[in-house]
Design a protein around this ligand. Structure first.
Ligand SMILES: Cc1cc2nc3c(=O)[nH]c(=O)nc-3n(C[C@H](O)[C@H](O)[C@H](O)COP(=O)(O)O)c2cc1C
Length: 343
């Protein structure tokens, strides 16, 4: 195993065995729907598919729910099984699926099979993935080639500067220029994706000038990669574990300056979190950690976990008398407490 493979293997082990979620909140608890009608009771009939349409269109593909399985892994035999199970479930439910960093398959083309999921997910919206730090190591042509090889529809470039800084083997880079070159050269749209620190208004503004098509805020309140890196190396710097812009705050920050596609990842755990993220301005949400253990088990276990979540989300839509995601997005919210400072 080379160092990229063993890092990905450590991430899976640590994320399934240790407490890696931030102590910081996403701040979705500070969001309430202003015009909720509690007299609207849910019954079996109104809970049917005909009445509620949770579908959206993302990058030209129809998703049955505004959900993407956020990128986690690739590069090892265990990762291959996890990707297969996640992708199978994404295809069944009609949601998006993100691969983990494809760095391992650039370094070793023999590992490509651990990322290839098109045989089980031919129609799924598939997101490829690479770190911003790798943009100075690999040319746009090399990156395009791994995107084409797996048949991804979109590339997510993760910007985890803190994680890079905390990794013993990490590197800080000025990614802006490289990202611009990449957006100009690739045949697929590019999104910029944080992985737990959130994206500020200033970062969103500078990202906008690179030509990206979307932003995944990757806010604080869910998996904390500073915690993961601290578990990997006791020499890693403390103090960052619970820092970052909470996911709800980051949606508000990014929406001040960015009207493109916005994905909210980071601590999305309930149907209510999904509804609130969309009402604050997200177009879809991403979910990673809660699906990791089920994905080690089977695609059925992943589907079961996700079905619970979409049922909760449908209940939110019913409570809010919204038949579609667009109607939900029009619902007024009130914002209180700590989240007010991000308004
Ligand atoms: C085991 C694991 C590995 C991850 N690897 C990647 C990765 O390779 N690339 C990436 O962009 N994000 C990666 N992430 C971050 C997730 O995509 C997501 O942004 C983050 O976990 C927050 O979502 P959550 O709170 O639902 O876990 C990883 C997350 C986990 C749990």
């Amino acid at each position: 195993m080379n160092s990229t493979q063993s890092r990905k293997s450590d991430h899976i082990r640590i994320c399934t065995e240790k407490q890696v979620e931030s102590k910081k909140s996403t701040l979705f608890e500070c969001v309430e729907f202003a015009d909720i009608d509690l007299s609207n009771r849910i019954d079996e009939e109104s809970f049917s598919e005909e009445n509620i349409d949770c579908s959206i269109t993302l990058f030209g593909k129809k998703l049955n729910y505004p959900i993407i399985i956020a990128g986690m892994t690739g590069g090892t035999a265990e990762a291959e099984q996890i990707n297969q199970n996640l992708a199978k479930s994404a295809e069944k439910l009609g949601i998006g699926f993100g691969l983990g960093s494809q760095r391992a398959m650039i370094e070793n083309p023999g590992l490509a099979s651990t990322y290839k999921v098109r045989s089980v997910a031919p129609k799924t919206l598939l997101l490829g993935n690479i770190g911003a730090a790798q943009l100075s190591e690999y040319s746009p042509e090399q990156i395009q080639s791994v995107i084409s090889e797996v048949g991804a529809d979109v590339l997510a470039v993760h910007l985890n500067e803190i994680q890079e800084a905390l990794q013993p083997e990490g590197s800080w880079t000025n990614y802006s220029e490289k990202l611009k070159q990449l957006c100009n050269s690739l045949q697929v749209p590019v999104i910029a994706k944080e992985t737990g620190m959130g994206i500020s208004k200033t970062t969103a503004e500078s990202l906008k000038s690179t030509g990206i098509s979307g932003i995944d805020v990757g806010g604080a309140g869910g998996t904390s990669f500073a915690r993961v890196e601290l578990e990997r190396s006791k020499d890693s710097i403390e103090n960052f574990q619970d820092s970052g812009i909470p996911t709800a705050g980051s949606i508000l920050e990014v929406r001040k300056v960015f009207s493109g596609l916005l994905i909210a990842t980071g601590g999305i755990r309930t149907g209510s979190d999904i509804a609130k993220a969309l009402a604050l301005g997200a177009d879809a949400v991403g979910i990673a950690l809660p699906l990791l253990k089920p994905a080690q088990e089977s695609s059925e276990a992943v589907t079961k976990k996700l079905e619970n979540l979409v049922n909760e989300f449908k209940t939110e839509l019913l409570k809010l008398k919204s038949q579609t995601v667009n109607q939900l997005k029009q619902r007024k919210t009130t914002i209180s407490g700590e989240l007010e400072q991000w308004v």
